[in-house]
Each structure stands twice: as C-alpha cells, then as structure tokens.
Design a binder for this molecule. Structure first.
Ligand code: SF4
Ligand code: SF4
Length: 377
C-alpha cells in the first residue's frame, strides 16, 4: 500500500469507547459536552471488525470504556473476541451495573484486567459527585467481588478541590479493599472537567499537601506487599512544561467513539479537524493515510515557539486539545508551557483557584439534559 508517511509505526493501544450511556453524572467526565447528540453505537459485528483490523496492524492492548461500558449487553462477546485475537483486555468501569454473574461471564470470556473508579472515600461525598446515592455501596461490593475473582484490584480516584484533602482516607480505603494498584489522578481539564474547571482545580497548596501524604504512605507501605503501585498524577496546570500528550499524535494510541469516529486521543473530536469513521474506512487507511491522523504528526506543522525549541521531541508541543480550548487555535503551543504567549491563562487559573468558592452543587453535572441544553445553545 502507498503510505502518506512510511515512517509511521502501528498503534499499540486501542480504546473502544463502547457507549456514551452512563448512570452516573460526574462533573469531571472527559466525554464530549454534546454527547447526547450521539445516539448511534457500533454493532457487535462492527466493533469486532475494528478489533480485527487493529490487531492485524499490531495493536496489543485494548481498553473498553465509555460512558459506562457495562450497559452494552454484548460486552462478554466483545471481550471474548478481543481476547481470542490476542489482545490484553482492560475494562474501565464505574462498577455500576456490575454483579457476580457478569464478573463470572467476563472471566470466562478471558478479561485480563478491571479498573473500578470511585468518586470519593465516603458515601456522602461520593453520592454528591456521582449524582447517585447508591453508587458507593455498589462500588465497595464490586471491588470486593472483583478481588475475590482473582483479578488484580485496580482502583482509580479522580481528584479535585472537593476531595483531594481526603487523600489519606482514600488511600486507607484502598488498603482496606486490598487494592493492588491505585491511581490518584488529578482532573485533567477536558470535556465536562473543562466546563467546571473553576470549581474543580485544586490550589497549589492542596496539591503539595496531597503529594506529601502520598509520599508518607509510600514510605509506610514499602515492603509490606500492599499498594505495590500508588500513582499520583498532578494537574499540568501547575507545571511549566506540557505533557507529551499520548506519546505523540497518532504515535501509539487510537480511540474509537461509540458511533465509530476514529481519533488520535479521546478528546480530539472537539478539534476543527475532520476525523474519519471506521464505517467508511479500514483502520489501516485511517491510521496511516487519513488527514486527521497525519495533521499533527512530526514537527513540520509547528509554529513558533515550538518549531525552533530544543524540547519539541520531548513534549511534541503539548496537547492540541488544550491549545485549542485555551487559545482557539490547535496549532499553538500548549499554554501550560511558560514559553507560550498564552501561558497567562494558566497563571490566571492558578490565581482563580485560590479565591473561588464554587460548591459541588453549583457544578454542571454530566447528564443528558445538561448536554442537550449545551448543544442546543
Ligand atoms: S466519568 Fe463518571 S459520568 Fe463520565 S463516564 Fe465515567 S462514570 Fe460516567
Ligand atoms: S515551546 Fe513548544 S516544544 Fe518547546 S517546551 Fe514549550 S510546548 Fe514544548
């Protein structure tokens, strides 16, 4: 085949966003604001074709996410198909809709890994953030059930200004649930999190305190065999250089949305870039030859200050979505970078975090009604 860019390596990671349906309403959800517009979902056969094509190209890992992937009744079938193709399979779930029978079915289908997300370490805060009073109990039960089925217990907590001060209690809960891996990831500001940024961004002092607590727990737990991996991810709003987003545009990661749009990162559908659909193209055509996947590959597209910067091979100019959201032009340097002429926006957000007083009930929750209001304008 005649490739536009013969230097491009195949993808390693496929993220299958099976659905935008979800029973929870997290105000930091990374799903698009207008998700309610997207009602269509790929069929079982269409998804399996995507898996086959990705595997044929060399992808080795697949993540099933959403929305809440458990709402797809064909999930065991999809897991089995991916496993039979040789993928390492990972289910990313809120735990809502999970039960012992489903865990059995997933184990039977060959699922390798389950990650359950919590909103907080206590029932009241969890309910306020998830918009669901019963979610916390269900998550606790399912975390125990997942562990009992012999899966490595991976817990994920999204941190923000309303729960980061309870980080010690979050870690205690993870120890109590015998989690093997814990991901304490401070909100990254995309989708609903960006909409609610003022009410979610922690202060620098909150981050420093949390970092200190994590450090103390790491020292305390060392050698105990508990919490082998305690990962703490800070928000890039307190950095002077951006992250090397996705390991580079169209370098290792490929995401497919519920209705079949292929993206080089799960937030990229907001960009004014035309992205192809798996319904009209093979994944090979999409990955190697599509306009969208080639748009920000390499370095030739970069304007200054990235173009002549000695660090461009490290961070690829940062995140295109963040550049677009904050500067209106996705070609610009990510404003997290102190060399960006738009870095003042990041400094202003830090200042704002010190004086804002937005409460949880003032946040915009991710639900169909709010999504419809947003896209109807
Ligand atoms: S972040 Fe919350 S609302 Fe969004 S998909 Fe996950 S569980 Fe659902
Ligand atoms: S100027 Fe561009 S390439 Fe250089 S460090 Fe900043 S974002 Fe990265």
């Amino acid at each position: 085949m005649n490739r536009l860019n013969p230097a491009v390596k195949p993808p390693l990671w496929l993220l299958a966003e099976l659905t935008y349906r979800c029973p929870l309403q997290c105000p930091y959800c990374s799903n698009p604001l207008d998700f309610a517009k997207q009602e269509k979902e790929l069929t079982t056969a269409q998804w399996i074709k995507v898996f086959e094509e990705a595997r044929e190209m060399g992808a080795v890992q697949i993540g099933f996410s959403g929305g809440e992937p458990l709402v797809r009744k064909d999930l065991p079938e999809l897991i089995r198909a991916a496993r039979d193709l040789g993928f390492y399979t990972n289910l990313i779930t809120s735990g809502i809709g999970l039960n012992e029978k489903k865990i059995d079915a997933f184990a039977d289908a060959g699922l390798d890994h389950i990650q359950i997300s919590f909103q907080a370490s206590d029932e009241t805060l969890n309910a306020a953030l998830a918009g669901n009073a019963k979610a916390f109990r269900q998550k606790l039960d399912m975390a125990k059930a997942v562990k009992a089925h012999g899966y490595p217990m991976v817990l994920n907590f999204v941190l923000h200004r309303h729960n980061i001060d309870q980080i010690d209690k979050i870690i205690d809960l993870s120890i109590e649930l015998e989690a093997d891996d814990v991901e304490l990831a401070t909100c990254q500001f995309y989708g609903w999190a960006q909409l609610n940024r003022e009410g979610l961004l922690p202060t620098r002092d909150q981050i420093a305190r949390a970092e200190n607590v994590v450090h103390q727990y790491r020292e305390k737990m060392a050698g105990t065999g508990n919490l082998a991996n305690l990962l703490f991810v800070t928000p890039d709003y307190y950095e002077e250089r951006p992250k090397g987003c996705m390991g580079g545009w169209g370098a290792i990661f490929l995401s497919v949305t519920p209705e079949g749009m292929a993206l080089p990162c799960h937030s990229a559908r907001q960009l004014p870039v035309e992205f192809p659909s798996v319904l009209n193209n093979t994944l090979q055509e999409i990955w190697y030859d599509s306009f969208g996947f080639n748009k920000y590959r390499g370095f030739d597209w970069m304007p200054e200050p990235c173009r002549s910067c000695s660090e461009k091979e490290k961070d690829f100019g940062g995140c295109r979505c963040q550049a677009f959201m904050l500067t209106g032009n996705a070609d610009n340097a990510d404003p997290v970078c102190s060399k960006s002429e738009h870095h003042g926006q990041i400094l202003a957000a830090r200042e704002q975090a010190n004086c804002t007083n937005i409460q949880i009930n003032q946040l915009q929750f991710r639900n169909r009604a709010n999504s419809q209001l947003i896209f109807k304008g």
